[in-house]
Design a binder for this molecule. Sequence first.
Ligand SMILES: Nc1ccn([C@@H]2O[C@@H]3COP(=O)(O)O[C@H]3[C@H]2O)c(=O)n1
Ligand SMILES: [Zn+2]
Ligand SMILES: [Zn+2]
Length: 245
Amino acid sequence: MSLQLQMIGTGSAFAKTFYNNNALIYLNDFTLLIDCGYTAPRALFELGISLDQIDAVLITHIHADHVGGLEELAFQCLYTFKRRIKLLVPFSIEHMLWDHSLRGGLENKDEGISSLNDYFDVIPLAENTPISIRPDLTVRLLPTDHIRGKKSYSLLLNDRLFYSADARFDLELLMSLHIKGCDHFLHDCQLHSPGHVHASLEELLTLPVDLQQKTWLMHYSDQMPDYIGKTGHMRFIEPFKRYTF
Ligand SMILES: Nc1ccn([C@@H]2O[C@@H]3COP(=O)(O)O[C@H]3[C@H]2O)c(=O)n1
Ligand SMILES: [Zn+2]
Ligand SMILES: [Zn+2]
């Protein structure tokens, strides 16, 4: 079954001309936001999409370009829209997300607000297990290396779309998914080497041609225009454009 995907930003953490690398997945009467960085509310505003139109948000890891917009989303859901949406969060980072990222702004003992559950319908996700979010959406969390000692997850949607979030280059993983028939690969890409905590363009260019042809580059720096035509068979995914995968 095909998916409609729209990046509400495609920038690296420090990009100033592209919003944070976050995505909307559109299914029948259901809209899922993948990551909610600090530019997400502004990007959605630019797109004419109200936060009220989001039905669920899935978090890949705890960096501000992936979770920095959650405070606004939580407040708006509770106080403006009076609506609870789903928060899909890897089990291993749920506690950290509250205690280390959001609690400072969202806790309110006077109103009895003391956890993520006071804002969202929290759905903790297990690793490496297909999770059926709805009949038309299965998500598998793939633990992938990003920052040493910090949990970070790539996603496999409906067993056919790989979304790296933030990940170092992992040839073995990419090849095994490719061989199993995964149709589309959206990968973060650091344009200049070394990639350090992200896959670099140089590394991604070592992928076989038939895998490159399925690969879209995201999470790129402001220098992206200088690299057009230098990405082999891989394409840059564009912000705000709606794709059918
Ligand atoms: N060891 C590290 C840790 C972090 N960083 C940079 O900080 C950014 C945090 O968001 P990101 O999107 O994961 O990208 C990280 C690196 O640019 C980095 O370059 N090296
Ligand atoms: Zn990032
Ligand atoms: Zn990151």
